[in-house]
Design a protein. Structure first.
Length: 104
């Protein structure tokens, strides 16, 4: 995971990857919260569309006090080969985080 201070009041969970499941995601988020509190950061933000089989991580985020917000993040995709169209067209299979944006 990549976690950083952004200015004097924000923490950004920029990237996280690996064998992610609900338990690991909660450990990552709780660590990020602890990091922010320890560094007197009042805001923690991250991008998430990670969905595990059967349970949305969004529910866990809300349980931990996060408020989902819509961002103006846009993607353009063109299929060059049609052999795996579902991996592109099914947004639940996408894994996008802050390191995918050039502003972080």
């Amino acid at each position: 995971m990549v976690l950083k201070k952004f200015g004097s009041e924000k923490g950004h969970l920029v990237d996280y990857f690996g064998l992610l499941n609900d338990e690991i995601m909660e450990i990552i988020i709780r660590y990020a919260i602890s990091f922010c509190l320890k560094n007197k950061l009042s805001i923690l933000s991250f991008l998430s569309n990670y969905i595990t089989a059967g349970k949305s991580v969004l529910e866990m985020h809300e349980k931990l006090g996060f408020i989902p917000m819509q961002k103006d993040t846009h993607f353009g995709i063109r299929l060059l080969q049609m052999n795996d169209e579902e991996s592109i067209t099914d947004k639940n299979r996408w894994f996008v985080n802050m390191c995918d944006s050039d502003v972080y």
